[in-house]
Ligand binder design. Structure first.
Ligand SMILES: Nc1nc2c(c(=O)[nH]1)N[C@H]1C(S)=C(S)[C@@H](COP(=O)(O)O)O[C@H]1N2
Ligand SMILES: [Mo]
Length: 425
């Protein structure tokens, strides 16, 4: 092909190619790719760890039946007490912060997503399928994740099941993508020193050398922003996400800026002024069931043992500062006072239980029960809490008594406890 013909062919392609940004090219894609290469594994691993923290060995991680995608299980630790708080803060917080980076990465490769024909060989077809799993997987995880923390269950399927299997689709696509693309990413990063990029103004911004890989436009438009400007824009977007998110975990004055915080809208008052996940009203808890008539029943020993609240309050009390950390990313640390669970196990006649099954007075809802591991019952700070911050629990926070265990996922800190079954196997 002579030069004239080549030019003519290029301009034909150019007219049909709508993506003409002069920034697109291997360097920009590699820069966003490098950020995601380091950070997305953190989001993924904390997500899988959260599944394990829910206790799949007790059949209480959702989805329960995951077939061959079963994860290895282990006893979730109780130390440090902020472990699940950190895990979920990273999973949800970093997941949200990375949304602008994911979108920028997708923008940078848009011409290739629509490449036609989609594949010229079997190897290419496999690459395209892995790409579909990667892009489809991450968008699906972002959308279901964000809707879940906003409590908008608009989809007709279980969030947990969808998010879990969606994660595996993403993981498969991600691993294949890394195997194929890491060498190209390194080539891309080496093609322009970051220092030079950060020093280049808009007027001096030039497109990368044309390559027939579809990233660099054959007919780039003049630059409207520099590469450093684009990096700053995406970084600013990530920072904005951090600001409107971090408050739900960090607390204090940052709480005011936590826009992505539906749970912040329902709070108690006085010492009970902290997030309420599900109010007593919403859970159908009646004053009758939690008033004078309320009893705690302990089973598993030679005979059931029953206490009223006055008797529990007269026992030696233990105080511990422990977080509630919800799977949705918000958390709050409060000072709890009550009877240690291991003392209740002893009183029930099961001094070293293998597990404990807690049941709530609550009838409806999926979160009216939880099974605790042996180490979670045995920890000296694990409590059947009667009080918080030197006041009786409010009914929204679980009066007459609730579970609070170090590093336990929020959902298993059962409120309005009715009974505990200490099990030896
Ligand atoms: N009985 C019962 N206990 C429950 C729940 C519930 O819906 N019912 N929600 C759980 C969830 S998901 C969390 S995060 C914590 C929140 O506790 P809080 O509302 O006191 O902040 O309670 C847990 N205990
Ligand atoms: Mo929760």
């Amino acid at each position: 092909m002579d030069d004239g013909k080549r030019r003519a062919q290029r301009s034909r392609v150019a007219r049909s190619a709508p993506f003409r940004s002069p920034l697109r090219g291997l360097w920009l894609t590699s820069a966003f790719g490098a950020v995601l290469l380091v950070t997305l594994p953190i989001v993924t691993i904390t997500g899988l760890l959260s599944y394990i923290a829910y206790g799949p060995q007790f059949g209480q991680a959702i989805p329960m039946d995951v077939g061959r995608l079963k994860l290895p299980t282990f006893d979730w630790p109780t130390d440090p007490s902020w472990l699940y708080r950190l895990n979920q803060g990273l999973h949800v917080g970093l997941g949200l912060v990375l949304i602008p980076v994911v979108l920028a990465k997708l923008w940078s490769v848009i011409p290739r997503l629509f490449a036609w024909p989609p594949a010229r060989s079997i190897a290419q077809l496999l690459e395209r399928i892995s790409l579909l799993m990667l892009v489809g997987g991450i968008l699906f995880e972002i959308i279901t994740g964000v809707l879940n923390i906003q409590y908008d269950y608009i989809f007709g399927f279980s969030f947990y099941t969808a998010h879990y299997f969606g994660a595996w689709v993403f993981i498969a696509g991600f691993v294949v993508h890394l195997a194929i693309k890491i060498p190209r990413m390194l080539t891309g990063l080496r093609s322009m020193p970051l220092r030079d990029v950060l020093r280049t103004k808009r007027v001096d911004t030039v497109p990368e050398r044309y390559q027939p890989d579809g990233l660099v436009s054959v007919d780039p438009s003049p630059p409207t922003i520099s590469r450093r400007g684009a990096l700053a824009l995406v970084g600013g977007g990530a920072l904005f996400m951090a600001v409107i998110t971090a408050g739900q975990t960090i607390g204090g004055i940052t709480r005011q800026t936590a826009l992505l915080l539906p749970r912040g809208r329902t709070r108690g008052s006085g010492p009970n002024d902290f997030q309420v996940n599900r109010t007593a009203g919403a859970a159908g808890i009646t004053a009758d069931a939690t008033g004078q008539r309320w009893r705690l029943t302990l089973t598993g020993g030679p005979a059931p043992v029953v206490f009223d609240r006055e008797t529990l309050a007269a026992m030696p009390q233990h105080t511990a500062r422990l977080p509630i950390a919800c799977v949705e990313g918000w958390s709050t640390t409060e000072t709890w006072t009550g009877v240690p669970l291991r003392e209740l196990a002893r009183l029930a006649g099961v001094p070293n239980p293998a597990s404990a099954f807690v049941r709530s007075v609550e009838r409806r809802g999926a979160f009216n029960r939880a099974t605790l591991q042996a180490n979670q019952v045995a920890h000296p700070d694990s409590l059947l809490a009667l009080r918080v911050n030197d006041a009786d629990l409010s009914s929204d926070h679980g009066f007459p008594a609730r579970i609070i265990v170090p590093a336990l996922p929020g959902v298993h800190n059962t409120k309005w406890v009715a009974s505990i079954d200490f099990r030896t196997a």
